[in-house]
Design a protein around this ligand. Structure first.
Ligand code: S3P
Length: 176
């Protein structure tokens, strides 16, 4: 069966949703950010600080190509994965792509809890401005890449899972 791939901005719930969805589907869950960190024995924050964003994007492309070569996975991606059309093409070739969305205030709140995202590693006002400007650059890329989109802001994790499962069933992407 095709992979189920979650894309979306930082703080939209890709990792949490992905874990729950994998459990529900009885599949293996892979988070490309975690894979990059494991493969390179380095946190993403340190990679950005020591080598810069372009280096991280190269490593991200390698990780995406590796997971896209598998089947039957639930894959959570980093928020910037859609910046490279090669990533989207690779993920699409072996998977269905689901975009998670949330509005600025929700993203601001969720990304404020942990300080592990180099692109948002700043105070709250500056962080809001960065989120607004990155969303302006990326929203159409998420929309164009997605087969299905769901707003996680006003929904519980279980409601998000229920909607995704219903969509997967309707499209014949899973049995039952
Ligand atoms: C990034 C999102 C992060 C991580 C890196 C860059 C981005 O992943 O890949 O910090 O460009 O949006 P999450 O979306 O899981 O936070």
């Amino acid at each position: 069966m095709k992979n189920v791939v979650l894309i979306g901005f930082m703080g939209t719930g890709k990792t949490h949703t992905g874990r729950l969805l994998a459990k529900c589907l009885g599949r293996t869950f892979v988070d490309t950010d975690k894979k990059i960190e494991a493969d390179n024995e380095m946190t993403i924050s340190r990679m950005f600080a020591e080598h810069g964003e372009p280096y991280f994007r190269t490593k991200e492309k390698e990780a995406v190509a590796a997971v896209a070569a598998s089947r039957d996975l639930v894959i959570a991606t980093g928020g910037g994965v859609i910046l490279n059309p090669d990533n989207v093409a690779a993920l699409r070739a072996t998977g269905v792509i689901i975009a998670l969305t949330a509005d600025v205030e929700i993203i601001l709140e969720r990304t404020g809890r942990r300080n592990t995202r180099p692109l948002l590693d700043t105070d709250e006002d500056e962080r809001r401005q960065r989120i607004i400007s990155l969303l302006a650059q990326r929203t159409s890329l998420y929309q164009n890449a997605a087969d299905f989109m769901i707003d996680t802001g006003a929904r519980s994790p279980q409601q998000v899972i229920d909607s995704i499962m219903a969509w997967l069933r309707q499209g014949g992407h899973i049995d039952g």
